[in-house]
Design a protein around this ligand. Structure first.
Ligand code: AHR
Length: 615
């Protein structure tokens, strides 16, 4: 096989080509990136009518010592549910277990680490004097600070706030609130958060870093189908996710079937994008859920919500919604330049009509905002105006490989393409296999080749808590304290230098295999102030290939010292990473002794090879 890479016809790959798509799926946010340890912190998860469901809270005590129920007299206006505890023991009738009360395991165990500090807050109201004990299973904590100098028992809601330091480590602890006092107590909005989060913004450090390592240039959020809901009443409504955490109602997402306290809300997503150095891409509901939709005549409140959401993100601090953002601590507007009208909604009867209403309203109020349509224009033109169109693909590995040519014939006159979700799935991917990753690498090379029309690309889904893998595979798998990247994650990492890089013309002259694809870029390592010619080659075939490389039109020399070869391969096609072996399938880098303008490389079967030639 011969390949030739040429500077002629070189062009720039868009600066924001590779990004990430964050969806609240698989407990990606609640019980994931969002560091809150308590689940169902306001006891709202049962909904307004359900007085029995306090999941995942459980009762400590027996029937003769305690009973609990939900009542709706909380001091928080938008989330009225509170837990009522009737305690029948205390005083002359000592309570069992050293105290009765409630316990919360968080999201499959709370991670407490020795020496780290945690802020614990709860709200309580009682008619009688009482003692409350706060503890965590399996560890001791030291109380570092507390505001509990209140007078309790005066029938008023009190906020109790304590900073504790863990004396031991327990990755799977539970929070317990217990009492030995007889009486009736109301409890609401209970939170425990590590003080050590990314920039104090509430993001779990290890998970944040894993995303930051991908150097994403955009962040699409918060879904996915999560935005739509199975039914409209369960759609994502940004206005319910902003403001003080205690006052957020939370919502049940009937697509991925779990409750979210909405600790990670619209503001936090925008903050996340800013912290990552990524442009936010906000996906809002288009008046369409999976099983229900409204038509353009009933769309006005949805359009207003979208306009208000844009104003919240980037309006001046004096504007109506910009002032709400400013009050949350971010007077400076966020850099919102892109919005997507719905998610995967093009097939719905009302999409085109609804889309136009959003388009006209947003265009007229915010002429500079880039508007993204859900309708695929890779093979036929759109029926409506748009700045970008979306393309989603979940398929098997052979088809993914062949889709590397998907945009070869797309009209260059229309809107740009945003490949906002792609992944190999089902049998070929299992839980995240090498095979899937290799095919995805080929697809990404195809997108790079078409980066004059493809503007952005992101894998999906980004995260999965291992205890709730509703959608497999994913990029990053974690539990309360551990994480690993799947081979697909590592492929994405091999492509991050393409953002803003110079794309070179390349030709593959193959004799034996039609399972090879290659591309070349020139990128600059700004820290080291060094320039590299990077050649990426995917061998999706069963045979080892010998590749002769010719680099034409390059003025500078290729330097052997400092040039490297990085290979992603493994013994078995279906090899995966896991908590036990998190780096089983990761790229391996070695120096490239024969680096030159004319050189030979051996490509093992089912591999991605990335050569960095120092120039
Ligand atoms: O990424 C998982 C799901 O796949 C998204 O929610 C949806 O947009 C797509 O169908």
């Amino acid at each position: 096989v011969n390949a030739s890479f040429d500077k002629e016809n070189a062009r720039r790959i868009p600066q924001s080509f590779h990004g990430v798509f964050f969806e609240e799926i698989n407990h990606a946010g609640a019980g994931g990136l969002w560091a809150e340890l308590v689940s169902n912190r306001g006891f709202e998860a049962g909904g307004p009518d359900n007085t029995l469901n306090i999941y995942p809270w459980s009762v400590i005590g027996n029937e003769s010592s305690i009973s609990v129920s939900i009542n709706h007299t909380s001091c928080f206006e938008r989330n009225k549910a509170a837990l009522q505890m009737k305690v029948y023991c205390g005083g002359l009738k000592p309570c069992p277990y050293g105290g009765v009360g409630i316990s919360n395991p968080g999201y499959w165990g709370m991670n407490f680490e020795q020496g780290k500090r945690y802020k614990v807050v709860y709200h309580v109201k009682s008619e009688t004097k009482f003692d409350f004990q706060l503890s965590f299973t399996g560890i001791d904590v030291i109380k570092v600070a507390s505001n509990t100098r209140h007078v309790f028992g005066d029938k008023k809601w009190k906020r109790v706030e304590t900073i504790v330091e863990a004396k031991h480590t327990n990755h799977y602890s539970s929070l317990q609130i217990t009492t030995t006092s007889e009486g009736t107590f109301l409890l609401d909005q209970v939170s425990a958060v590590p003080l050590d989060t990314h920039m104090g913004h509430g993001f779990r450090n290890d998970l944040f870093q894993m995303v930051a390592d991908l150097k994403p240039k955009f962040l699409r959020f918060p879904g996915g189908t999560y935005v739509e809901g199975d039914h409209l009443q369960n759609r994502y409504q940004w206005k319910d996710t902003i403001g003080p955490w205690e006052e957020r109602p939370g919502h049940f997402d009937d697509i991925w079937n779990y409750w979210s306290d909405d600790g990670i809300g619209y503001f936090e997503y925008l903050q996340l994008a800013e912290d990552l150095g990524a442009l936010p891409i906000w996906v809002f509901n288009a008046g369409i859920s999976v099983h229900e939709e409204v038509n353009a005549s009933a769309l006005a409140p949805y359009v207003q919500d979208a306009l208000d959401g844009i104003e919240f993100a980037r309006g001046s601090p004096e504007s109506k919604w910009g002032s709400v953002r400013a009050a949350m601590g971010h007077p400076k507007p966020f850099d919102l330049r892109y919005v997507a009208v719905g998610n995967e909604d093009c097939w719905h009867f009302n999409y085109q009509g609804n889309y136009l209403k959003f388009y006209e309203a947003i265009r007229s109020a915010n002429p500079d905002i880039q508007i993204i349509s859900n309708c695929d224009a890779s093979s036929a033109p759109l029926k409506h105006p748009a700045d970008l169109f979306e393309f989603h693909i979940y398929t098997d590995s052979n088809d993914m490989f062949s889709k590397s040519t998907q945009f070869d014939h797309t009209s260059r006159a229309g809107p740009k393409a945003f490949v906002s979700e792609y992944a190999v799935w089902k049998e070929d991917a299992a839980n995240g296999s090498l095979l899937a990753a290799i095919a995805e690498a080929a697809f990404l090379i195809g997108l790079e080749k078409n980066s004059d029309i493809v503007q952005m690309v992101s894998y999906a889904p980004l995260f999965s808590n291992i205890n709730d893998r509703r959608w497999i595979p994913d990029s990053i798998v974690f539990d309360s304290c551990k994480l690993y990247g799947t081979p697909s994650y590592w492929v994405q990492k091999l492509f991050i230098e393409s953002n803003g890089a110079t794309f070179l013309d390349s030709t593959l002259f193959t004799t034996s295999s039609n399972k090879l694809i290659a591309s070349a870029i020139i990128w600059e390592n700004s820290t080291e102030k060094k320039k590299y010619l990077r050649i990426k080659i995917v061998n999706f075939g069963t045979a080892t290939e010998s590749l002769n490389i010719h680099i034409n039109g390059l003025n500078s020399n290729v330097q052997q010292f400092g040039s490297t070869k990085t290979v992603l391969a493994s013994t078995n096609l279906m090899d995966e990473n896991s908590f036990l072996d998190p780096k089983k399938v990761v790229p391996q880098t070695s120096s490239l002794e024969n680096a030159d303008k004319y050189m030979n490389v051996i490509l093992s079967s089912y591999s991605v090879t990335s050569l960095d030639l120092l120039i």
